[in-house]
Design a protein around this ligand. Structure first.
Ligand code: SF4
Ligand code: SF4
Length: 81
């Protein structure tokens, strides 16, 4: 019997959130989408803002580090810190 990591963490919100006031995807930025090795992030074309499309984050952090406007926030689960 084993417990997968997904069952350990109880989360109420997506681990990666985008500050839509800061995101400049509407100006053509796709940095966070491009750097995510798992392709979890996407641009919502109707809003012109990035968002987390798939909730399978590895917490590798380039999306937060490379965003030119500091719009990306990755919430690392307490147990992984
Ligand atoms: S890298 Fe930052 S500014 Fe660019 S699309 Fe992602 S959240 Fe928006
Ligand atoms: S922390 Fe890594 S896996 Fe998670 S969304 Fe950012 S780039 Fe993708």
């Amino acid at each position: 019997m084993s417990t997968t990591p997904h069952n350990i963490f109880q989360r109420s919100a997506a681990p990666v959130t985008i500050d839509e006031d800061k995101c400049i995807a509407d100006k053509g930025c796709t940095v966070c989408v491009d750097v995510c090795p798992l392709d979890l992030l996407a641009i919502d074309l109707s809003k012109g803002k990035a968002y987390m499309k798939f909730d399978e984050c590895w917490y590798c952090m380039p999306c937060e580090k490379d965003c030119p406007t500091d719009a990306v926030r990755v919430d690392i689960p307490y147990l992984l810190r």
